[in-house]
Design a protein around this ligand. Structure first.
Ligand SMILES: NC(=O)c1ccc[n+]([C@@H]2O[C@H](COP(=O)([O-])OP(=O)(O)OC[C@H]3O[C@@H](n4cnc5c(N)ncnc54)[C@H](OP(=O)(O)O)[C@@H]3O)[C@@H](O)[C@H]2O)c1
Length: 290
């Protein structure tokens, strides 16, 4: 299989570069080899490499900056997936793509189903939704995995920011009214690889660990597990103070309810997704041992 992996320097792309390697020959251009904002360059690259599997982890993921840079977000999150899907349809290739809990409106407290109505609150969410819709409408063989709150031992993410701040701050205010499931990039890569290998049926699936928490609950668990691992912090879980989303205004509006039902993927692959706390332990250990 000729695999084209886009976004190899990102959190999810880095992990997929490793887990996908037994499945075929991977071509993984970095930004310097292929600027994904350049539509013609992408067309030429596809014609040259002729992939039969495209795994697209590249995206415009700066949620607040997207409010200002709508054009760049639109190209990366909507135009690129559409272009890749058109190639896949015309060349009998499969497209694997990643989407976000931010496509949902964040109301209520029930988990979103894959069939739930969308209602993005931000430019990021809107452009990610347009990407999903373009893929679905293309008629290409595809897998779209909607995931949430991605973190890993690499890159910029909430886990690493919390650990850095907790080394110097006596207490921290953390948003407690947004609820979701923190998802390690490695889990995404493992399950995606399994799905590709199992020839999972074309469609849209939620992919996250089991269980739910708030950013505040996630931070408390990070501090608790880090202390348990012997990390010296200036504060503990008890010094994580709760604030609400309205106390912490950001340019982009975030959904309060990011719960996603996981039954569809679990049933289709015959797997049980692990809980978010055990996934944090694995990711934190990896990070602290570096
Ligand atoms: N992060 C989250 O919390 C989250 C939550 C839900 C869903 N998702 C989705 O999950 C997927 C993976 O996210 P992630 O956190 O792994 O993303 P990430 O760490 O921000 O990585 C994004 C990747 O896209 C590449 N990229 C961006 N613009 C490019 C351009 N013009 N040309 C070439 N490459 C470009 C980046 O390359 P450089 O390193 O060169 O910039 C990087 O490799 C995305 O579809 C995202 O929307 C993420």
């Amino acid at each position: 299989m000729r695999i084209l992996l886009l976004g190899k320097t990102g959190q999810v792309g880095f992990e997929l570069h490793r887990t996908l390697s037994p499945l075929g020959t991977i071509t993984a251009p970095g930004r310097e080899q292929l600027d994904l904002t350049n539509e013609q360059a992408v067309t030429n690259y596809l014609a040259q490499t002729q992939p039969n599997l495209i795994v697209n982890t590249a995206a415009y993921t700066a949620v607040d900056a997207a409010e200002e840079n709508q054009q760049a977000a639109q190209r990366l999150n909507a135009g690129l997936p559409k272009q890749l899907a058109e190639y896949a349809k015309a060349n009998n290739a499969r497209l694997v793509h990643f989407s976000s809990d931010y496509v949902y409106p964040g109301t209520g407290s029930e988990p979103w189903q894959e069939t739930s109505p969308s209602g993005p609150l931000s430019v990021y969410g809107q452009t990610k939704l347009e990407g999903d819709q373009a893929i679905e409408q293309s008629g290409a063989d595809h897998l779209i995995f909607r995931t949430s709150w991605v973190y890993s031992a690499r890159g910029n993410n909430f886990m690493k920011t919390m650990l850095r701040l907790a080394k110097s701050k006596p207490e921290l205010n953390i948003v407690a009214d947004q609820v979701g499931s923190p998802t390690p990039a490695r889990l995404i890569a493992q399950v995606t690889t399994l799905a590709i290998h199992s020839q999972l049926k074309t469609g849209l699936y939620h992919l996250a660990p089991r269980g739910e928490t708030s950013w505040h609950g996630f931070a408390q668990e990070i501090f608790r597990q880090a202390q348990q691992a012997g990390e010296r912090l200036a504060m503990g879980p008890e010094n994580a103070l709760t604030i609400s989303t309205s106390d912490y205004p950001t340019p982009a509006k975030r959904p309060l309810n990011s719960r996603m039902a996981l039954n569809k993927l679990g049933r289709a692959l015959n797997i049980q997704l692990p809980d978010w706390q055990s996934q944090l332990a694995l990711t934190l250990n990896e990070y602290l041992e570096k």
